[in-house]
Design a protein around this ligand. Structure first.
Ligand code: GLC
Length: 726
């Protein structure tokens, strides 16, 4: 190296060393994060510490209101909830970084649940694709767009147990399998947080929210401790193991101790058992709600209970800001507890690089419309997520269909396809079902529409035109279901019946005598018992996102082969709820203990889904008849595509332990794998059974138990038995 160059380098490094030596430790990225946290904490006043524990919930994220309301938006707040406005975000951040004593950056979060501007299918539908890589890719894509608009953090993935379709938020869950929920939780966390444009993930709603009594949102939840560990905690643990940086505490009262003040779950389990190092944010107003729930006597009490239980950042209600100083002065909250909460938040901010790069530079994605790549991904995901529930052979639509009737209130509705958490998604950018069909119908096929009736309300005045159109057509595509607001938060319904007059419309249209393909646009399973017999085919479209209509058209026309499989049980009636695949066995079988007025089985089982091809399963092959703890046992099955079309098959591996010290589910999903199999070809699927992971079960305090005895293994229609040795 040239002497001059060497001298320059040495000179620069000496200067930078001298400069960094002058910087306070918390400003030095070369130092360990814990050292930076400790240094910064030592410099903070109590007021600055308490402000770090406040997230400013901005109901109206109107940039003008926010900036003008500077008095309410103190520059020292720890976090802001904004989305869709990079300039606003950077303006708020500039105040935090340049106009405060210590220049602590804020962290900006929002709900990026299933897409940012390009909207993917709702999570309940995503899970029906049984493809963790696709889900991870979608989360990463959403994160890149959200980051470009200035977000550092998403309040996702939602990994609550989705088992009660009356609960509007089942739409946001990955369904009823804790195993599948765990796989998808980890995939989502990784997708959101990985890469240079990653954003912090947030596992929510911790914990037990999916058991809201009666499916009524915000209700209490009565969950036996063993069931909490079996059904509700696993996806959160998987998300923590995947490196989730934050967790959101839930609204629900959990067995008499609200989740946002529950020391057992928030500290003993989440931190002491799982080693979670990030921070916990309360759900919107959940601290204040402790009063309504009868757990806190007043606001100060609520703040004390939440903080001491393990909630670090208070979303929106401001109780930490208003009461923590007084609680410390009164000796009700030790300063050390506040310091611990502040440290957790600062640690995440340091780890996310917010001190070095507090601002987000505009990029090609900032405020941008969906890119072709994002739209292609959304269309792929939408098509993979849809589930063909019934098909008497009318699908895919063949050349005999020259006149197609498109009937129903969801045929042209764009907003309904976005679902309830569409963030920056725009209805105008959504491919409706009608648009999708018009875009893809072969030349010469006519498409005429009639709404028939509105989604809800209205009268029968549109029936005649719909029936007349059906009579003049070769086939009917009937688009029924829910509006976006009929699922999601605070959207519980007492019945799963199709809203309004839609069920009646289905029956009169079917009476016209032409084959009817029913498309169900919804955020939940809906009651179809009355109409199912009259339908030639039924496709669960869910809320498929921006490219939903195009994906529907591809499936109806056979350009794609349906491959979705239900992530949730589809009840016959609301009265069957709760009904799910991993129930414990009944004391009696057959008609004993069943409903005497209807078939006790669901309309469609968990894992149900048809294809335009057929798959045949060979017998399950086990490497040996017994496995001991510490060993693994290989199970394999060969699946053959016996049809004429290539198709994707998902092999779901379930186990059942027929005799255990804690009764085990009838079927318990423990592994799954999806693969494309060419027509006529065969493919092997393998499950490496690890007894500790796959055959153990939790007791009431989450300690894993594994017991010797027989295990029944299921894959498709095949079963096999093996023994767990001592
Ligand atoms: C809502 C939801 C939660 C969301 C938060 C912020 O009440 O329960 O899922 O992340 O508030 O919008």
């Amino acid at each position: 190296m040239q002497p001059m160059l060497l001298a320059l380098i040495l000179g620069f490094s000496a200067i930078s060393t001298a400069m960094s030596a002058e910087l306070p430790p918390y400003r030095r990225p070369d130092l360990p994060v814990d050292q930076r946290v400790a240094d910064l904490l030592s410099r903070m006043t109590l007021e600055e510490k308490i402000d770090q524990l406040h997230q400013c919930g901005v109901g109206d994220a109107n940039p003008n209101n926010l900036i003008q309301r500077a008095d309410e938006l103190r520059a020292t707040y720890g976090s802001f909830m904004t989305a869709g406005d990079l300039a606003l975000r950077n303006a708020l951040q500039r105040r935090a970084v340049e106009q405060t004593r210590l220049g602590i950056p804020a962290i900006f979060g929002a709900d990026v649940i299933h897409g940012y501007r390009t909207i993917f299918p709702i999570p309940l539908a995503q899970a029906c694709a049984w493809d963790a890589d696709l889900l991870r890719h979608a989360c990463r894509s959403a994160a890149e767009s959200a980051r470009a608009d200035g977000l550092d953090w998403t309040f996702a993935p939602m990994v609550d147990h989705g088992v009660d379709p009356r609960w509007g938020r089942i739409a946001e869950t990955f369904g009823e399998s804790p195993y599948a929920g765990s796989v998808f939780a980890a995939a989502a966390v990784t997708g959101y947080q990985e890469g240079p444009q990653g954003i912090a993930a947030c596992l929510k709603h911790y914990v037990g929210y999916g058991a809201s009594e009666g499916g009524r949102d915000y209700s209490s939840t009565e969950i036996a401790p063993q069931r909490l560990w079996e059904m509700h905690l696993p996806p959160f643990e998987a998300g923590v193991r995947a490196g989730a940086l934050t967790v959101m505490s839930a609204f629900n009262d959990l067995n008499g101790v609200p989740a946002s003040a529950n020391h057992y779950t928030l500290t003993e389990v989440l931190r002491q058992r799982w080693g979670f190092q990030g921070f916990v944010v309360s759900d919107w107003g959940a601290v204040q709600q402790l009063i309504q729930q009868g757990y806190a006597a007043d606001e100060a009490d609520a703040a004390q209970l939440a903080l001491l239980a393990g909630v670090d950042l208070d979303m929106a209600d401001g109780l930490y800001r208003q009461h923590l100083a007084g609680l410390i002065a009164a000796g009700r909250v030790p300063l050390a507890a506040v310091d611990e909460a502040v440290s957790r938040i600062l640690r995440v901010k340091f780890e996310r690089g917010l001190f070095e790069q507090p601002f987000v530079a505009p990029s090609a994605l900032t405020g941008a419309a969906p890119t072709p790549a994002q739209l292609d991904l959304a269309e792929e995901f939408a098509a993979r997520a849809m589930v063909l529930l019934k098909n008497t052979g009318v699908l895919p639509l063949g050349p005999e269909v020259r006149r197609l009737a498109l009937i129903g209130p969801l045929a042209t509705d764009q907003a309904a396809l976005l679902g309830s958490w569409a963030q920056q998604g725009r209805a105008a950018e959504v491919a409706s079902i009608e648009a999708g069909l018009r875009e893809r119908l072969p030349a010469g096929v006519s498409l005429r529409g009639a709404p028939g009736c509105p989604i809800e309300g209205g009268g029968r005045e549109g029936f005649d035109a719909a029936v007349a159109l059906a009579r003049e057509s070769d086939a009917v595509v009937l688009c029924l279901g829910e509006s976006a607001g009929m699922s999601g938060e605070n959207a519980s319904r007492s019945t799963l019946r199709l809203p309004g007059l839609q069920e009646e419309l289905a029956l009169v249209v079917a009476a016209a005598g032409k084959p009817v393909v029913l498309l169900v646009v919804s955020g939940r399973p809906v009651e179809l018992a009355a109409v199912e017999p009259k339908m030639a085919a039924i496709l669960a479209v869910w809320q498929p996102g921006t490219r939903g209509g195009a994906a529907v058209a591809d499936l109806l026309l056979g350009r794609r082969n349906p491959s979705g499989r239900l992530s949730v049980t589809w009840p016959r009636t609301s009265g069957q709820i709760p009904i799910y695949h991993n129930m414990r066995p009944r004391a009696r079988t057959g008609k004993e203990g069943a409903y005497q007025d209807i078939d006790t089985s669901p309309l469609y089982e968990f894992g149900h889904g048809l294809s335009y091809t057929t798959f045949a399963y060979g017998p399950i092959r086990l490497a040996r008849p017994t496995v001991k703890p510490g060993e693994t046992l290989t199970a394999e099955v060969t699946v053959t595509n016996t049809g004429k079309r290539d198709g994707i098959e998902t092999v779901l591996w379930f186990i059942r332990d027929p005799a255990a010290s804690i009764t085990r589910p009838l079927k318990d999903l423990k592994h799954f794998e999806s693969a494309s199999i060419a027509a006529g070809a065969s493919r092997g699927f393998r499950f490496e059974i690890d007894p500790a992971r796959d055959l153990s079960f939790p007791d009431a305090d989450g300690h894993r138990i594994i017991e010797p005895g027989e295990i029944i293994l299921f894959a498709g229609p095949e079963t096999a038995r093996f023994n767990v040795g001592p």
